[in-house]
Write a protein that binds this ligand. Structure first.
Ligand code: PLP
Length: 349
């Protein structure tokens, strides 16, 4: 859909406003042999006395080579949550524009849409937790700015078939946000490569799950460079702090470590699945492409409390449409998983 006018998708106010230009905008490379008297920082070195690079040049270079994109196709944020908010604010006019959500899915799309006063249209996933394409197409209006797709989906765990995502991209000329927070656990490939073919596609990933760094708060988004420039214009200048940039860079120096952990988690997920089938209180285990399992039980509230009283915290997802009587279980370490299984044995009466 190369005929999409990308500029036209951006809110007029975002084009008009002048962004804040910080001292470090111009001189972010602090390795240079200069005296920095431009930013009112404290001059005494403690490794964090200087403001961080607002464009995360080194980190983006490293991510770009890993993800096979250009650094100018990357936005980094204080977690994907900040990135999703920046995306919404770049394209959606409050009290006017619509977004399409596909429940049951990640709750932040709805929270952020509400905070930004958007009109929310919902189209349920089908019984396989895949897209109801025709119902989605029927919901698209002139005001529809964004469709949020989560794949693998949270909390259901399944991946959305690539053909379905492409069908949306071929038909819809607004923004498609594809949240791939769990893609590294999946057998399905990331669709980052499609941002060249579909300039209205924005792919989000995160350091919080497979990369094991939820605490540093680092989200990534990949899109055409025109969009990225607008995101940069409205993001807070120092949204990714220096400790985060340093830790992420260090992790990316040894990507094999990431893969080892992913494989361990996948082995444990299979192991958990195999053992959970045996229990009578578990009605169904949904197949997962992520680091968690959604299980349907006989009585979710009762089971949730039983686990809690024995020291295991699960996520009760029963209130979500299509997820009645379900609990979401994150794959733990082998020791944690075997404790969890032992509790299952105790309560399986
Ligand atoms: C966990 C998760 C994220 C990650 O959010 P961060 O703010 O990067 O920690 C994003 N999307 C989905 C669907 C998630 O489950």
């Amino acid at each position: 859909m190369s005929e999409i006018n990308l500029e036209k998708l951006v809110r007029p106010i975002i084009k008009l406003i002048k962004s804040y230009s910080s001292a470090r905008n111009e001189f972010y490379n602090l390795d240079e042999d200069k005296i920095f008297m431009d930013a009112n920082e404290n001059p005494y070195k403690n490794s964090v006395n200087r403001y961080p690079d607002p464009f995360q040049v080194k980190l983006k270079k490293s991510i770009a080579s890993l993800k096979l994109v250009n650094p100018n196709q990357i936005l980094l944020g204080n977690g994907s949550d900040e990135i999703l908010d920046i995306i919404i604010r770049t394209f959606c006019e409050p009290s006017q524009d619509e977004v399409i959500l596909l429940p049951p899915t990640y709750g932040m799309y709805e929270v952020l849409s509400n905070i930004n006063q958007l009109i929310i249209k919902k189209v349920r996933l089908n019984e396989k937790f895949e897209l109801n394409l025709n119902l989605i197409f029927n919901k698209i209006s002139k005001k529809t700015k964004i469709i949020f797709i989560c794949s693998p989906n949270n909390p259901t765990g399944n991946s959305i078939p690539t053909e379905q995502i492409i069908a949306i991209l071929n038909k819809f000329s607004g923004i498609v946000v594809l949240d791939e927070a769990y893609v590294d656990f999946s057998e399905c490939e990331s669709l980052i490569g499609l941002i060249k073919t579909y300039p209205n596609l924005i792919v989000c990933q995160t350091f919080s799950k497979a990369y094991g760094m939820a605490g540093i708060r680092l989200g990534m988004c990949f899109a055409n460079s025109i969009f990225i420039n607008y995101f940069n214009k409205i993001k807070p200048p120092y949204n990714v702090n220096s400790l985060t940039q340093d830790r992420a860079l260090k992790l990316l120096e040894s990507p094999e470590k990431i893969n080892n952990v992913i494989n361990k988690i996948l082995d444990e997920r299979k192991n958990l699945e195999k053992q959970l089938i045996k229990f009578k209180f578990i009605v169904k285990i949904f197949s997962s492409d992520a680091n968690f399992l959604l299980i349907m039980v006989d009585q979710a509230e009762k089971r949730y409390n039983q686990f809690l009283s024995k020291g295991v915290v699960l996520r009760n997802r029963s209130h979500l449409t299509g997820c009645e009587n379900t609990l979401r279980v994150t794959v733990g370490t082998p020791e944690e998983n075997s404790k969890f299984i032992n509790i299952c044995k105790e309560i399986d009466v």
